[in-house]
Ligand binder design. Structure first.
Ligand SMILES: *[C@@H]1O[C@H](CO)[C@@H](O)[C@H](O)[C@H]1NC(C)=O
Ligand SMILES: *[C@@H]1O[C@H](CO)[C@@H](O)[C@H](O)[C@H]1NC(C)=O
Ligand SMILES: *[C@@H]1O[C@H](CO)[C@@H](O)[C@H](O)[C@H]1NC(C)=O
Ligand SMILES: *[C@@H]1O[C@H](CO)[C@@H](O)[C@H](O)[C@H]1NC(C)=O
Ligand SMILES: *[C@@H]1O[C@H](CO)[C@@H](O)[C@H](O)[C@H]1NC(C)=O
Ligand SMILES: CC(=O)N[C@H]1CO[C@H](CO)[C@@H](O)[C@@H]1O
Length: 447
C-alpha cells in the first residue's frame, strides 16, 4: 500500500512540475532549443530507448516506468480530445480528471462479479464510462472536475446477500485523505469541484434506514462536493443537502437487451398489474419505521386475491420476462423512495406506477416522466384498482406510445461508452451546468 502511495505521488508530482518548468523557462530557452533542435531530438530518442531498455531489464525502477507510460497516455488522450466531434458544444468543452486510486478503493471489489451488476452498480459503471470518455483529461491542471472513484456498495453481506455499506464513510474519507495530501486540487477548492457517486438508499448519508441516515448525516468532508445519487425528493431533506445530481439506479443494459430479444414479437401483455418483491404481511417495526411505510403490505392486503393483480413475494431471476408481459408495473417505495423497478419498467415498456410521495426522478429534463408514468399517492393505494382501470379505458395507449421510445431506455441505462443519450452522458450534461465550480475557468476568466 505504501508503495502505491509513493508511485502515485511521484507520478503526479512529475506532471505538475513538468507544467511549471515549461511555463517558467519557455522564453529564455527558445533560441537554444531552435539551434540545437536536431541534437535534442537525437538525444531524447536515445534517452527514450535507453529508458525502454532499462524498463525491460530492471523492472524495479518504478519511477521511470510510470512517467513514461503516463506521458504517452497523455499524448494519446490529447489526440483523442482534438478530434472533431458532435455534441461537444453541449458540454461546453468540459474536462474531467479521474483520480487513479490504489485498487483497494475500486477495482479489487470487481473480483466479485455481482459488484458491477447489482442495483447500486452505477458507481462502477460511471467510473468505467468516464475512463473511456472524451471529456476525460489526463492533465489535472486542465480539469474542471475531479472524479473520485470509490466503490462502496460491493461488500456483500454473507448473511442476507445485500451490500453492507458500514465501511463506506471510512473508505471514502481515506480516499479523500489520499488525494488531498498528494495533490493540491482538493485543498484548492475544498472539494467543491470533486465528484462522488453515492448510489444507495439515502445517498450521501450512507445508510439504508432513513432515521439512521439522517442522524449520521452527510460526511463532513463531502459537504462541499458534488454527489451523484439515486436518492432524490422534492422537499428539503438532510441527505440531499449537498450539490447533487439524481441518477437512475443501475440496470444491466445487456440483461434488458436479452429479455427484449426473447420476448414475443406481437408484444401482447397478458398481466394487467405486476409487482414482485418484498411484501410483508406483518411488517416489523424497525426503530420506529416500517418497510415501505406499510404501502406494500396494504397493496397485498387489498389486491392479493384480485385477478387483475399479479403480486409475488419471492425472488425469481427471470422476473424481467414478467415485466415485459405486463401493462402496469408498481414501483412502490422500499426503505427509500426510489427503486430499480422504475428503470426496468421503462426499459421493458411497462407503464410505471410510482407510489413514493415526493420522489424526484432522474434526468427530468430529458425523460418526460409525467407523460410516461402514473403517480399514485401512498395514501391512495387502496384505490389502485379503480385508477388503473380508468387509465386503461382512457389514455393508456397514448402513455404506452410515448413510453416505447428507445431514447428513454438509453438515457436511463449506463453503457460503457459515453454517447449522446446514455445515462453517463446525462450525468455529464447535468455536471456541465455546474461549471461555475471549475477553478480552471475562474482562473482563465480572471486573467
Ligand atoms: C498511467 O496512466 C494510465 C492511464 O490512466 C494508467 O492506466 C496506468 O495504469 C498508469 N501507469 C502506471 C504504471 O501506473
Ligand atoms: C465489509 O462490511 C463488513 C460489515 O459492515 C465490515 O465489517 C467489513 O470491514 C467490510 N469489509 C471491508 C473490506 O471493508
Ligand atoms: C491539504 O490540507 C491538509 C490539511 O490542512 C494538509 O494536511 C495537506 O498537506 C494539504 N495538501 C497539500 C497537497 O498541500
Ligand atoms: C415502533 O417502535 C418505536 C421505537 O422503536 C416506538 O416508539 C413506536 O411506538 C413503535 N410503533 C408502533 C406502531 O408500535
Ligand atoms: C392519464 O390519465 C390519468 C387519469 O386521468 C391522468 O392522471 C394522467 O395524467 C393521464 N396521463 C397522460 C399521460 O395523459
Ligand atoms: C443514444 C445512444 O447513443 N446510445 C448509445 C449508448 O451507448 C451504447 C454503447 O456504446 C450505444 O450502443 C448506444 O448507441
Amino acid at each position: 500500500m505504501h508503495d502505491l502511495h509513493r508511485s502515485t505521488k511521484n507520478r503526479k508530482g512529475f506532471y505538475v512540475k513538468m507544467k511549471f518548468f515549461k511555463t517558467k523557462n519557455a522564453k529564455q530557452e527558445k533560441p537554444f532549443f531552435v539551434k540545437y533542435f536536431k541534437w535534442i531530438l537525437w538525444f531524447s530518442l536515445s534517452f527514450y530507448f535507453f529508458l525502454k531498455f532499462l524498463n525491460n531489464h530492471d523492472s524495479g525502477n518504478i519511477n521511470f516506468k510510470t512517467t513514461i507510460v503516463n506521458h504517452s497516455h497523455r499524448a494519446l488522450s490529447e489526440s483523442i480530445l482534438h478530434q472533431p466531434k458532435n455534441n461537444q458544444g453541449l458540454l461546453n468543452d468540459m474536462k474531467v480528471y479521474v483520480y487513479e486510486l490504489p485498487s483497494k478503493y475500486n477495482t479489487d471489489w470487481l473480483s466479485n462479479e455481482r459488484c458491477s451488476n447489482h442495483l447500486f452498480a452505477s458507481e462502477v459503471a460511471i467510473h468505467k464510462a468516464l475512463l473511456k470518455s472524451r471529456v476525460r483529461t489526463f492533465d489535472p491542471t486542465d480539469a474542471d472536475f475531479f472524479f473520485v472513484p470509490v466503490y462502496v456498495s460491493c461488500n456483500f453481506s454473507t448473511v442476507n446477500g445485500f451490500p453492507a455499506i458500514g465501511h463506506a464513510r471510512g473508505l471514502l474519507s481515506s480516499a479523500v485523505e489520499l488525494v488531498s495530501s498528494e495533490l493540491p486540487y482538493w485543498n484548492r477548492s475544498k472539494g467543491a469541484d470533486h465528484v462522488f457517486v453515492a448510489s444507495h438508499d439515502y445517498g450521501a448519508c450512507f445508510h439504508a434506514m432513513e432515521d439512521r441516515a439522517i442522524a449520521e448525516g452527510i460526511p463532513e468532508f463531502m459537504k462541499n462536493s458534488i454527489v451523484l445519487q439515486t436518492f432524490g425528493v422534492k422537499y428539503q431533506h438532510p441527505c440531499q443537502n449537498v450539490e447533487h445530481i439524481v441518477i437512475p439506479p443501475y440496470v444491466s443494459p445487456e440483461k434488458v437487451q436479452l429479455t427484449l430479444s426473447k420476448s414475443s414479437i406481437d408484444g401482447r401483455r397478458d398481466i394487467f398489474v405486476f409487482f414482485r418483491g418484498k411484501m410483508e404481511v406483518h411488517p416489523k417495526n424497525v426503530s420506529g419505521r416500517y418497510y415501505s411505510k406499510r404501502v406494500r403490505t396494504e397493496i397485498l392486503r387489498k389486491y392479493g386475491n384480485d385477478r387483475r393483480f399479479y403480486l409475488k413475494r419471492h425472488r425469481f431471476a427471470g422476473y424481467q420476462s414478467e415485466i415485459v408481459r405486463s401493462v402496469f408495473c408498481l414501483c412502490p417505495l422500499g426503505w427509500a423512495p426510489w427503486s430499480p423497478r422504475l428503470v426496468e419498467s421503462v426499459a421493458l415498456g411497462c407503464v410505471p406506477v410510482i407510489i413514493a410521495d415526493g420522489i424526484r426522478l432522474p434526468f427530468e429534463s430529458t425523460v418526460p416522466w409525467s407523460d410516461i408514468s402514473l403517480t399514485v399517492r401512498e395514501n391512495d393505494v387502496a384505490k389502485l384498482g379503480n385508477i388503473l382501470d380508468y387509465v386503461a379505458t382512457t389514455n393508456l395507449s397514448m402513455i404506452q406510445q410515448k413510453l416505447w421510445d428507445p431514447k428513454l431506455r438509453q438515457a436511463l441505462m449506463f453503457y460503457d461508452d459515453v454517447e449522446t443519450g446514455n445515462a453517463t452522458w446525462e450525468v455529464l450534461v447535468a455536471l456541465s451546468t455546474k461549471l461555475d465550480r471549475s477553478q480552471r475557468r475562474s482562473r482563465v476568466s480572471s486573467e
